[in-house]
Ligand binder design. Structure first.
Ligand code: DGJ
Length: 552
């Protein structure tokens, strides 16, 4: 007994064992976030930029809990934590940690350091005021931009020092790991020109492409993002030379140059933070509006066509993440699964569609998390739909995380009311055809349809006023048994190999409580069109368990 005690780590004996550090693990084709020893599906919401102070946020926690969130993404402001150089004040973070913990919520911290949506508005005053020590990016006319230049070692090292202090503080003050992940910077990008023209940047642009990038691209040539490969090939496919020689002198080549330098800077910041506390870390991107060219959109961020440059330049980042505010959700989400990148959506449009986009991300793309933006401002009807879909994700988390990455899950999404095309999915021995159906807009007394939201609204992005969304996910429970979760989907089925016909043995509506199926009712007759289909009715999220059989 005595011997056994001696062999136990001291922390265990004294009851001070630190909780396991959140980390990523692979399961088949999926990457899962492990929290407290379990795979974690993040039902998240990101706070509005100026809602991260605990006193301001305090009254919102019950609302965040009621939406079935398990995680809040909260900014940490560089100017607030380091008001004077080298003097750190973590009171805001400590307050957030306390309140999140009291609300049984996890946190993802967003490091608003050198860059926030391209700009450097969160740099402390002592950085902003000292332009000679902390150089700015410049436009081609030599005018300074409010963007810290990624070519200045002082900028990089000062940011890295603050980020390291933040992570060191977290290590000391968050032993239970309320904070499960960290975003490094926010929507890095160059605008309104494709590259920095400061003297240091000019020098770097005239220099050779670093061999480490050339080697990476050469080694991974067969798997490179097609746009990057095309750009490289168009410039002659050289394996050495200046940036303009290797990637072309135009904006697309300039963007690759900037991406490398942004990535290398972010790598230094990330490494400094991970040396203190090695939580999973990622960088997020503002996506590209159709038809925009480098310089017209925030260029050179962790975008899908630059994924290889970012990987080579910032190997300590665990993944790259999209902020998806566009209606073509599945297009962007799929691009962020390129070459094994795990899908995590730190920001999404706050609209009724968010509820089904979340199910699609988890079911079709092994998503790790989904987080609408400015979540504390979510209003009906978007809030109601999200609450219901996150309730399904909560119920299904043990099952989904068991099946992800093994070809046993799928997702369905109707991205616009106009797209009438059913979706086809093959799983195991069956082919499923999924058609979509939306509930009619709720009507106001005077007959006008309800209009959804204002800021970041569905309407602004071409969404649908007042219509319930349509979409869902599916999980294989066995060879002939499947679970469907969603809203407004009608599923028909056939044996994948053809020949025989498919019929329904049973359809049950139910819910999972603590991982156990609880039967609500058998669905048959009109509810299955007399055995012809499975229908998750429009306007209401539900869960159905279906057994199929074959007949000749
Ligand atoms: C994306 C940014 O990352 C957020 O911080 C915020 O500015 C939103 N855009 C606003 O839509």
């Amino acid at each position: 007994m005595k011997l056994a005690l001696c062999l136990l780590p001291l922390a265990f004996v004294t009851g001070l064992a630190a909780a396991e550090l959140p980390h990523l693990r692979k399961q088949g084709t999926a990457t899962q976030l492990m929290v407290d020893g379990q795979p974690f599906l993040m039902r998240g919401g990101e706070l509005g930029n100026s809602s991260g102070e605990p006193d301001y946020l305090r009254s919102s926690w019950p609302k965040l809990q009621a939406m079935n969130l398990n995680t809040v993404l909260a900014p940490v402001y560089w100017d607030v934590i380091e008001p004077q150089e080298g003097k750190f004040d973590f009171a805001t973070l400590d307050g957030l940690l306390r309140d999140a913990k009291a609300s049984q919520m996890k946190l993802v911290l967003l490091w608003f350091g050198s860059w926030k949506n391209s700009m450097s508005c969160y740099a402390p005053a002592w950085v902003k005021r000292d332009q000679s020590r902390f150089p700015r990016a410049q436009d081609s006319a030599g005018r300074g931009l409010e963007i810290l230049s990624p070519f200045a070692a002082a900028n990089r090292d000062t940011d890295a020092r603050a980020f390291a202090a933040l992570m060191r503080h977290l290590k000391a003050s968050d032993p239970d790991h309320t904070v499960i992940m960290v975003q490094v910077e926010n929507e890095i990008g160059m605008i309104p020109e494709a590259r920095d023209h400061s003297p240091e940047a000019e020098k770097a642009f005239a220099a050779s492409v670093p061999p480490v990038l050339m080697d990476y691209l050469t080694r991974n040539r067969a798997q490179l993002a097609p746009e990057l490969l095309a750009q490289w090939n168009a410039a002659g496919g050289k394996v050495a030379g200046t940036w303009a020689e290797v990637f072309g002198a135009g904006p697309a080549g300039e963007e690759i140059f900037m991406a490398w330098h942004f990535a290398a800077y972010t790598q230094a910041v990330t490494a400094a933070g991970k040396a203190e506390l090695a939580l999973p870390m990622y960088a997020n991107a503002a996506l590209i509006r159709p038809g925009y060219q480098p310089g017209q959109y925030p260029s050179a961020g962790p975008l899908p066509h630059l994924i290889d440059v970012w990987r080579a330049g910032a190997p300590d980042l665990d993944f790259l993440a999209p902020d998806i505010y566009f209606q073509n959700f599945s297009y962007w989400a799929q691009l962020y699964t390129r070459s094994g990148n795990p899908l995590f959506i730190p920001e999404a449009m706050r609209s009724p569609e968010a509820s089904v986009n979340a199910l699609y991300a988890f079911g079709a793309l092994n998503g790790m998390g989904f987080c609408p933006f400015a979540i504390e401002s979510n209003t009906e009807p978007a809030a109601g739909f999200l609450t219901a879909s996150f309730d399904l994700v909560r119920q299904l988390t043990p099952l989904l995380t068991e099946k992800q990455g093994r070809g046993l899950t799928a997702g369905f999404l109707q991205e616009s009311v106009e797209s009438k095309q059913p979706q086809q999915v093959q799983m195991g021995n069956w082919t499923f055809r999924v058609a979509f159906e939306r509930a009619a807009p709720p009507q106001l007394a005077d007959g006008l349809a309800v209009v959804v939201g204002t800021e970041n609204s569905a309407l602004a992005a071409g969404g649908h006023a007042g219509t319930a969304p349509a979409g869902g996910l599916m999980i294989a429970l066995g060879d002939d048994e499947f679970l469907f979760a969603g809203i407004g989907i009608t599923i028909t089925f056939a044996p994948a190999e053809g020949g025989e016909q498919a019929g329904l043995l049973s359809v049950a509506e139910g819910r999972y409580v603590d991982g156990q199926w609880q039967h609500i009712r058998w669905l048959n007759g009109d509810q299955t069109h007399q055995g012809r289909h499975v229908r998750l009715e429009p306007g209401r999220f539900s869960l159905q368990r279906v057994k199929l059989y074959r007949y000749r």
